[in-house]
Design a binder for this molecule. Structure first.
Ligand SMILES: C[S@@+](CC[C@H](N)C(=O)[O-])C[C@H]1O[C@@H](n2cnc3c(N)ncnc32)[C@H](O)[C@@H]1O
Length: 230
């Protein structure tokens, strides 16, 4: 992969600041479909969940409203997203959202291990090598009992093939924001390069609310755990 043709990380972060500055709470405050699916799989006794690329915290908030013992820790590299949470949705005692780039690790104040790792529409923003790095970083904050629950935008999505082609299945759909569109084989290959093993993978289609308009998204929902021999 030619690293020079994909927008650098700083530009990608700035692009998200522009998106949130323009659209504010762009997906509303209801939970994502991924969060609703995850709610079925999250063990009721879970105490701490990490939401990676949590945006302004719509899923984080909804998790704590449904699960009484859960504290949700979220990170997002967009200062605008975190400011939106602080200014419009804050004062939730069991939600802690901080501005941080996943590649720089988690804030020191966060727990060293999480019961659940969650992310919605996050991994498609990176190339395969970056996804492997992220998965292995997340493994380091999981125990053998932890669950990993995440969506991965699929190549059935209507945005597939839109914008400048950067690499195999990777397109600059929005300015400064590359999208990697996954098929089943790509997900299996990605996880094979990590310390996670897939427990279940389903394809789903949702009508996400974006700027109050229905927006169709096609994605995989993946549930995984640490490999037994790790
Ligand atoms: C498609 S949005 C999804 C937001 C949220 N999960 C939701 O469903 O409402 C992807 C999010 O990932 C964040 N993000 C992108 N790169 C990141 C990075 N390196 N570290 C942390 N967050 C990042 C973006 O700022 C953006 O808020």
């Amino acid at each position: 992969m030619n690293q020079n043709i994909i927008p650098c990380k700083t530009d990608r972060i700035k692009s998200w600041d522009h998106i949130y500055a323009r659209d504010l709470l762009r997906w509303g405050i209801n939970p994502s479909v991924t969060a609703k699916l995850a709610m079925i799989d999250i063990p009721k006794e879970s105490k701490c969940l990490l939401d990676v690329g949590c945006g302004y915290g719509r899923d984080a908030i909804n998790f704590t409203e449904k699960l009484n013992n859960l504290i949700v820790y979220g990170i997002d590299s967009s200062i605008k997203a975190v400011t939106l949470y602080n200014e419009q949705l804050d004062s939730r005692p069991r939600v802690k959202i901080r501005c941080s780039d996943i590649f720089k690790g988690l804030p020191n104040e966060f727990p060293k291990k999480f019961d659940v790792i969650f992310s919605n529409y996050f991994f498609h923003l990176f190339n395969n090598n970056e996804c492997v790095k992220i998965l292995n970083l997340l493994c380091s904050v999981m125990s053998k009992k932890s669950l990993f629950l995440s969506s991965f935008v699929s190549n059935k999505d209507r945005h597939f093939g839109k914008g400048k082609k950067l690499d195999y299945s990777l397109y600059e759909v929005q300015k400064g924001v590359p999208w990697l569109f996954f098929n089943e084989k790509m997900i299996l290959t990605l996880f094979a390069q990590s310390n996670l093993e897939i427990i279940r993978m389903n394809h789903f289609t949702e009508l996400e609310s974006r700027r109050s308009e229905p927006d169709r998204v096609d994605a995989f929902y993946v549930i995984a755990k640490i490999k037994i021999d790790y």
